[in-house]
Design a protein around this ligand. Structure first.
Ligand SMILES: *[C@@H]1O[C@H](CO)[C@@H](O)[C@H](O)[C@H]1NC(C)=O
Ligand SMILES: *[C@@H]1O[C@H](CO)[C@@H](O)[C@H](O)[C@H]1NC(C)=O
Length: 515
């Protein structure tokens, strides 16, 4: 019984949680969740209320905490907790129950969309948009895209191509393309949205800022770091004066600027932006929100670059806990965190552990993102790197080639990530004694880096260094090549979740539920 829909009484009771978990994890049982019509209506209204629905959903789904739940009889509570702790553990149980609720909630929303299907009006388009955003943030990209396209068709027909609502649908389609790794496609949609917003709202409106921010994210994906930085700065200036500093959109922008600085090799600058973002998120969104997890993830990444593996590991653990409870175990953001943890473990010398994490990341990302996504490429690179550390050069080489093939088709041959992959291939070829091919790869890397990053970037220096080392080896082919310093590169999430605060109103009468 899902009531009230945003704070179900069921998940405050030990017996209920235990029963749902047991039924859910036993093949013989089918769990039916029901929601009173009044609750359904209230959920629907919440979803229409701009982005409120997403936040309310996150909050609801992070609420299962068997360790805090109660029972009428204290000895029952203790006995159940005893069993849980000796069996799956509290957090796994909580996540399983949350997963079940999430799947069900997404199904309810999809059903709500279907029941309104024959009303081809503006309201329906708006509803499609909102549900599409919720599906996207939950990693359901195909379904999200379908709804956004429906909304776009309606808006174009009913409101015209220059209307601000139509711009929103372009922007949303762009966001799904972004998640799918199609950064060029995303960029062109974001630009269409910007043009409309610019003439509809003027140049200082927050939604124009959002468009600049989106464009900045797409440019980062494409590998144009300077372009990305300047867009994020334009975005920031507008947001700061229109929204004030303590706004989640401003925090998003701090995070985005941090990501660009990190990509440019400025770790200290990145860290300070991430910390600004974190303090806003914590005060505005609370500590269980996925936005907070995103920032922990970014901080972990930059700490790893700065050589603080323990610090990085701790941050990724925090991110993982939030992502598992708010997004579920099959979400690409969870894969991203496994990737980071794997990369830290590799640095700490735990190769088996690292390999296991990267394989987990691969399974999730293949099914959530498809086999041609840049993150999948990156995961192959990570696996290759661990294999290389373990001394399996042939295995590593095969993975690097897989990574390169995906990157060439998804990102194009002039992307900085492609250069990085050439560097890996070059250094493993050196280890295998093939110095000429190694040199050729290093030179390809250098050419890309010089044109993408400029001659003063630290990565260009590194590439010169690799070439120097390779040249030396050709004359004295005895030393073993040094492996490039591994670091996950392709940031997954768009890091842009536009958010509105949600009222905690309880609707419905739940005092008679038997627990
Ligand atoms: C369980 O009961 C305690 C004490 O009455 C209360 O503080 C706590 O909030 C309850 N837990 C839940 C999940 O409702
Ligand atoms: C909820 O139901 C109980 C029992 O039927 C009733 O006594 C109470 O007044 C109801 N509360 C509300 C807010 O409707």
């Amino acid at each position: 019984m899902m009531a009230p829909w945003n704070a179900p009484v069921f998940i405050t009771r030990v017996w209920c949680i235990f029963e749902i978990f047991t039924a859910h994890t036993t093949d013989a049982c089918k769990v039916d969740i029901v929601m009173p019509p009044k609750e359904k209506r209230s959920l629907e209204l919440e979803v229409i209320n701009d982005d409120g629905g997403i936040n309310a959903l996150y909050k609801t789904l992070a609420k299962t905490k068997v360790e805090n739940a109660n029972a009428s009889v204290e000895s029952d509570r203790l006995a159940i907790l005893d069993w849980v702790e000796s069996d799956v553990g509290c957090s796994t149980l909580n996540h399983q129950v949350n997963d079940l609720l999430r799947q069900w909630m997404l199904a309810v929303l999809t059903e709500l969309v279907e029941t309104r299907e024959n009303t081809n009006d503006e309201d329906y388009a708006d509803f499609c948009n909102q549900v599409g955003v919720i599906l996207k943030t939950n990693g359901e990209y195909g379904a999200a895209m379908k709804l956004h396209q429906t909304a776009r068709t309606i808006c174009e027909t009913v409101l015209g191509k220059d209307h601000k609502e139509t711009a929103t649908t372009y922007s949303n389609i762009g966001s799904v393309l972004f998640e799918l790794g199609d950064y060029e496609g995303a960029l062109s949609k974001y630009e269409e949205a910007l043009a409309i917003r610019f003439s509809a709202f003027g140049k200082n409106h927050p939604s124009v800022a959002t468009s600049y921010g989106n464009i900045g994210c797409a440019l980062l994906g494409i590998g144009d770091y300077d372009g990305a930085l300047s867009k994020h700065k334009e975005c920031f200036a507008i947001q700061l004066s229109a929204l004030g500093r303590n706004h989640p959109d401003v925090a998003d922008t701090y995070g985005s600027i941090g990501s660009v600085l990190e990509s440019m090799g400025d770790n200290k600058g990145a860290l300070s932006k991430y910390e600004e973002a974190l303090s806003i998120y914590l005060s505005v969104l609370g500590e269980d929100h996925p936005g907070v997890a995103d920032i922990y993830c970014s901080i972990g990444s930059v700490l790893e670059s700065m050589g603080d593996c323990d610090g990085a590991f701790a941050k990724h653990k925090e991110a993982l806990a939030i992502r598992l409870s708010s997004l579920g175990k099959n979400h690409p953001d969870v894969a991203e965190t496994y990737g980071y943890i794997g990369s830290v473990l590799e640095k700490m010398g735990d190769y088996e552990g690292a390999l296991a994490k990267h394989k987990k990341a691969l399974v999730i990302s293949l099914s959530a993102l498809g086999k041609n996504h840049p993150f999948v490429a990156d995961t192959y690179l990570s696996i290759g790197s661990v294999l290389e550390s373990m001394g399996d050069c042939d295995g590593a080489f095969a993975k690097y080639e897989k990574c390169l093939a995906i990157e060439l088709s998804a990102l194009g041959k002039n992307h900085p990530d492609v250069a990085e992959t050439y560097r890996y291939i070059g250094s493993v070829l050196e280890k295998m004694g093939d110095y000429e091919d190694a040199m050729a790869k290093h030179k390809e890397a250098l050419a890309i880096r010089m044109s993408a990053l400029g001659k003063d970037h630290s990565d260009v220096a590194k590439t010169y260094n690799s070439i120097g080392v390779a040249q030396k080896k050709m004359s004295t082919p005895k030393d073993t090549a040094t492996q490039p310093n591994r670091k996950l590169r392709t940031r997954l999430g768009s890091r842009r979740r536009s958010i509105k605060a949600v009222g905690e109103g309880c609707i419905g009468n739940t005092s008679t539920i038997c627990t």
